[in-house]
Design a protein around this ligand. Structure first.
Ligand code: ADP
Ligand code: MG
Length: 696
């Protein structure tokens, strides 16, 4: 809901490159796909690596397994048809050693290039072929007798099909002469962060001086890379910071704490808030008292107690005569919240309404009118809350649980709903997927973040076991024992696709049938996403009352389910799950005082990645640590996927460097305050097209 989801497709920006010799509309379109529309874009399109074409290696002396450059004269070439159609040329270098050049796919132009008598520089790996030394698909360049060797390393650029290296090199070389690479940062900043000059850095990254060894290129370019990474992060920070500031310019109602209702709730709870809960409650409470809308992300591991924090925030709105809404992505989750709030709030004289798609027409009408006339002060539901028919009397606060699981359209609708409410509504977003620190510092820099970093006391740690699917019988035995001892268990079947499909459903149904047969003296239930909502909640309630002992489910129980007597969880095909999903699922047990266990059944053979991920979940229980390692294993793409749509990805900076991110953040603040024109130019350079997407 951070605003940028309203962005549709990038505003198509005309390419300034059309008309350069060799760049027609077709090439320009392909370049645009790479984000290259101007000389400035080209100058910032940095090489992936270099090839050293500054010297010639004799064929006889070429080390194997390494790309080398040889200079040869073609003796003969022919198209052979066995074992398949291919172009084979025989050539000789100056020392007279034979080199075969082989092309399994080739263009007529290559055939022409390889005519007998042609002088070529060829670049590739030499291996032993049928006729001796050969190169497969070498890069070939026709040369004049005794043509000078390049003085610099040859850059290899990221590209897509259709734009060759030679074209890119030519365009970029040209762009480097024409692009505006003037300094966007004030002197003070350069000195403070010991940054290399921009233009010089860019040139060095495209055209480093010849180096003797691979590593020394890295050393030569180190400061230049640092500069580019800093600049890229800085652009991101400026843009996020700016949208944060702009949003804070909106006014909203002040909802200062009176303590009237919140204190009453606190004294009615059977527990004390943890220190971490108290801290985040205070942060939220002080945001609500401001005259601009809260934009806060509340992060807390599964079971850390976010619901009560949300309840306290909502009560603060109610104390001020406003309504509060709590929206959850699934019916089960919404209902869990509803059941809690229905316990907590009506005794304080606060009316709670419940809105989901599955309500009967009459019930729904009653709810809608209670919401519209303000008699329902707290409203809980699924995205049914943002349907057109829902109109609030005085909405002051919207809480969104697991907000990243809502689709873009739903988030937009919520925004609209809040705009309809008149002044800007305060927003609290909650997430049980911990966002690693560097990510929070970069991609989430436009939100205020509160973290519950402590679990309520009295939880016993969960034991995690990895068990091969071949030993499934033993696991069924464990389930039996646990249920016979009065405990309950979950059995989770995997999702095969992104969202629940019929195949997943069938898996769950089959598993339910199998387990029911294997465990005749255990009451086995089934819950999945395609069930009717009232069937689903009837099953969940039966599980809550221990009328069902073993609950087979698809991943619909992922979040929010709270049955302390459930102490065993079996996850089938754990290797197919994401790490955060496994962590969330595992958080469904270990909610009571009894020791809990999570059994991850896996089917071999495991890929290296699957093995690494299972190891992480096996060795760690802290959600933040798991998220950090997940980020390392997979890169930021999937985390950010949650925010996505238009968010500019970082091309060069990585998220391993909190110090650099922090530096960029403070620089962004400084620029926006003291050098707004510099900030503007800097954004223009880095986010020319994408900035449009970030408007709040
Ligand atoms: P989550 O952050 O995963 O949404 P919940 O809000 O569902 O966690 O809380 C998990 C359980 O812990 C609930 O049963 C809740 O009532 C309980 N709980 C919350 N805060 C505390 C606390 N400070 N002490 C003891 N139990 C708590
Ligand atoms: Mg929750």
């Amino acid at each position: 809901m951070a605003g940028r989801e309203q962005a549709g497709a990038a505003r198509p920006q005309a390419s300034q490159l059309v008309g350069i010799p060799g760049v027609g509309k077709a090439v320009a379109d392909k370049l645009a796909k790479l984000g290259l529309r101007s000389n400035e874009d080209l100058a910032l399109h940095l090489p992936l690596r270099f090839e050293d074409e500054t010297f010639i290696t004799p064929v006889a002396a070429a080390p194997h397994g390494v790309s080398v450059q040889c200079e040869v004269t073609v003796l003969s070439s022919e198209v052979a048809f066995r074992p398949r159609r291919q172009l084979v040329a025989k050539a000789r270098d100056q020392a007279g050693d034979l080199l075969v050049l082989r092309f399994l796919n080739f263009y007529p132009s290559q055939q022409k290039l390889l005519q007998a008598g042609a002088h070529l520089r060829v670049f590739g790996e030499i291996r032993n072929g049928f006729f001796g030394a050969e190169m497969v698909h070498p890069r070939c360049q026709r040369i004049e007798e005794s043509e000078a060797l390049p003085q610099t390393l040859t850059p290899v650029y990221p590209t897509t099909a259709g734009v060759g290296q030679a074209t890119l090199r030519r365009l970029i070389e040209r762009a480097l002469k024409l692009a505006d690479l003037s300094e966007t940062l004030p002197e003070a900043l350069l000195t403070q962060h010991k940054l290399a000059p921009f233009a010089e850095s860019v040139h060095l990254l495209h055209q480093p001086p010849p180096a003797d060894f691979g590593e020394s290129i890295d050393r030569v370019q180190q400061k230049a890379w640092q500069r580019v990474r800093f600049d890229e992060l800085l652009a991101q920070q400026i843009s996020l910071r700016r949208s944060y500031v702009r949003r804070r310019e909106h006014t909203s109602v002040r909802l200062p704490a009176t303590g009237q209702l919140t204190n009453a709730l606190l004294s009615s709870l059977p527990f004390q808030l943890t220190g971490a809960q108290q801290r985040v409650v205070a942060e939220i409470s002080s945001d609500l008292a401001q005259a601009h809308p809260m934009q806060r992300l509340l992060q807390g591991d599964v079971g850390s107690g976010k619901t009560v924090v949300a309840a306290l925030a909502m009560l603060q709105a109610v104390e001020n005569g406003f309504q509060a809404a709590l929206m959850a992505p699934t019916e089960i989750l919404a209902e869990q919240h509803y059941l809690k709030l229905k316990d907590w709030l009506p005794p304080l004289g606060v009316q709670v309404a419940w809105l989901t798609g599955s309500l009967k027409k009459k019930e729904k009408e009653a709810m809608l009118s209670a919401v519209a006339d303000g008699s329902a002060q707290v409203v809980v539901g699924t995205h049914a809350l943002i349907e057109e028919s829902v109109s609030f009397d005085k909405l002051g606060l919207a809480v969104v649980d697991e907000q990243h699981r809502f689709g873009v359209r739903q988030r937009l609708a919520l925004r609209q709903k809040m705009q309809d409410a008149g002044t800007a509504v305060h927003q609290l977003m909650m997430s049980a997927t911990p966002i690693p620190r560097t990510l929070a510092m970069s991609f989430y820099a436009d939100l205020d973040v509160s973290v519950i970093d402590e679990l309520p006391p009295g939880r016993t740690p969960i034991r995690t076991r990895l068990v091969a699917a071949a030993k499934r019988d033993q696991v069924v035995g464990r389930v039996h024992d646990a249920c016979k001892a009065g405990r309950q268990a979950y059995w989770v079947c995997p999702l095969i696709e992104e969202s629940e499909t019929l195949a997943d459903l069938q898996t769950a149904i089959d598993t339910h049938a199998t387990l029911s047969a294997e465990l005749p003296d255990i009451r086995v239930g089934l819950v999945h996403g395609r069930m009717k909502p009232d069937e689903k909640s009837a099953t969940m309630e039966a599980f809550g009352r221990n009328e069902i002992q073993l609950l087979v489910s698809t991943t619909v129980i992922e979040v929010g389910v709270d049955v302390p007597n459930a102490t065993l969880m079996v996850i089938e095909h754990a290797e197919r799950f994401g790490l955060s999903q496994l962590h969330q699922l595992r958080g469904r047990v270990g909610r009571g005082a009894a020791e809990s266990e999570c059994i991850l059944l896996y089917a071999g053979p495991l890929s290296e990645m699957a093995r690494a991920r299972l190891k992480v979940i096996y060795e760690n229980t802290d959600g933040f640590e798991i998220a950090r390692q997940d980020l390392q294993l997979r890169g930021p793409g999937e985390f950010i996927g949650a925010r996505q749509s238009g968010l500019p990805m970082l091309k060069y900076a990585d998220l391993e460097d909190p110090v650099l991110i922090e530096a960029a953040r403070s620089a962004a603040e400084m620029l926006l305050k003291e050098y707004p024109a510099h900030a503007e130019r800097h954004l223009q350079r880095w986010l020319a097209g994408a900035e449009e997407l970030l408007k709040a």
